[in-house]
Design a protein around this ligand. Structure first.
Ligand code: NAP
Length: 286
């Protein structure tokens, strides 16, 4: 019987930790690294091996996943003093599942190739709950053969893994999706605000929406948070503000996108660490 792929996991935040756990639960060896070591140590008890540096992860693993905040984190993890590119091995696959720009993916893919490795951009749609249950949607950019290699591993993480084009295409798909997420979050917040301003009960409005053609998974996810005024981040508002900036940098310049971009940039200062639906609090304060 073929031995299981040795995987590496870098970035054990809200999303990375449950995703790495899924690989462990599937019986795959996982070599873990996190910038703040405590988060990696927490995974040791669940069977992961903890590596001291990103380079050590690539030394030991065949396929290494990244799930970190942004372009800067990606760059540091590749090119830093003990970064992935310092590994002495070749022939590995790095899968960057973070939401980053297509530009950084193209840069890191080139550097990876120059060091004898393959790179896929593979950002995800879905939040912590979907990460825990392996129900993410994964959009992939890069070489077909590398995608085929990663597919059995994606099956532990998502309900769908779709290759949408060459390097950076996954990132562009994700920016399109998160532009729509911005519309939905702000749209729902504005409808709730209008109802509240006219003396309606929020619970009544949400129940009506849920029973109408406007019902959505997003509303199901955020309805309780609105009713309980629980703005603890499942997906931090600052991350969506970042994604809308990335979309703008890629040429997003349509009426709704411009407004949503502006609103989230303004909200980020006060509500950046709260959930995206804290956009409601921001709008109320205006
Ligand atoms: P998070 O909880 O804030 O975790 C961020 C991770 O990135 C942490 O492991 C952090 O390390 C690491 N990191 C940040 N800067 C770094 C640097 N300069 N060098 C090395 N590591 C660095 O974020 P998250 O919610 O898991 O999101 C991760 C990615 O997934 C983001 O790109 C986000 O846009 C995307 N995403 C999130 C969701 C969601 O619902 N949360 C959904 C879809 C996509 P430390 O622990 O040391 O800070």
């Amino acid at each position: 019987m073929e031995s299981p792929t040795t995987t590496g996991w870098i970035g054990l935040g809200n999303m990375g930790k449950p995703m790495a756990r899924r690989l462990l639960a599937a019986g795959l060896p996982v070599i873990a690294y996190n910038r703040s070591p405590a988060k990696a140590e927490a995974l040791r008890a669940e069977g992961a091996t903890v590596a001291p540096t990103p380079a050590a992860v690539l030394d030991a693993a065949q396929v290494v996943f990244l799930m970190v905040s942004d372009d800067q984190a990606t760059r540091e993890l590749f090119t830093g003093e003990h970064g992935l590119l310092q590994s002495s091995t070749t022939g590995k696959l790095v899968v960057n599942m973070s939401t980053v720009s297509p530009g950084i993916s193209q840069e890191m893919a080139e550097l990876s190739r120059a060091h004898g490795h393959e790179y896929l951009d593979a950002p995800v749609s879905g939040s912590v709950k979907q990460a825990e249950t392996g129900q993410l949607a994964i959009m992939v950019g890069g070489d077909e053969a590398a995608f085929k290699q990663a597919q059995p591993l994606f099956a532990h993480l998502g309900k769908l893994a779709l290759r949408v084009g060459p390097t950076g295409a996954g990132n562009n798909a994700k920016l399109a999706m998160n532009t729509l997420l911005g519309f939905q979050a702000q749209g729902l917040a504005e409808a709730v605000l209008f109802a509240q301003q006219h003396g309606l009960q929020t619970a009544d409005l949400l129940e009506l929406i849920k029973s109408s053609a406007l019902a959505s998974v997003f509303l199901n996810l955020k309805g309780d948070a609105i009713l309980n005024e629980n703005y603890q981040a499942a997906f931090a508002l600052k991350l969506l503000a970042k994604d809308l900036r990335l979309a703008k940098a890629e040429g997003s310049d349509t009426p709704l996108a411009n407004v949503v971009h502006q609103t989230f940039q303004e909200a980020e200062t006060t509500h950046g660490d709260e959930d995206v639906i804290a956009i409601l609090k921001h709008l109320k304060q205006q």
